[in-house]
Design a protein around this ligand. Sequence first.
Ligand code: DQA
Length: 147
Amino acid sequence: MKILVINGPNINLLGLREPEIYGRQDYKALLEYIALAGVEANVPVECFQSNHEGDIVDKIQEALGKFDGIVINPAAYTHTSVAIPDALKAVAIPAVEVHLSDISKREEFRRHSFVKDACINTYAGFGFEGYKKAILYLKEYLEGKRS
Ligand code: DQA
């Protein structure tokens, strides 16, 4: 079992970027947190970040046959992209959506996620912990403990 974690635009600027919303820890700290979560869950995890929608679509397509599950924080593309959920549906790899902030309690334009329908679950508003929750959820799902 192998899980791919995808982060979208501006997630590489964590720490610097609106720390009152996204926290003071940087992207390197997020990578370390996710790596530890993978070790604890005993699941190999690979991380990928891009500021470009097409690169995210390419990465999802390339995941076919290589990864069993995808954790994705599409960032701003959550609210604009049709290509990302289409790619997730095309490869049909179980995916869990994550947001650091609680998008349901922010600006109106952030309340709708185009990606949600292509995912088996969403965690929003748990900060870094959302990624760990998503990895554990996917692990249980892939082991057949969840449906
Ligand atoms: C985000 C929420 C999005 O609305 C925003 O555009 C982001 C980050 C989050 O993790 O809370 O870039 O996905």
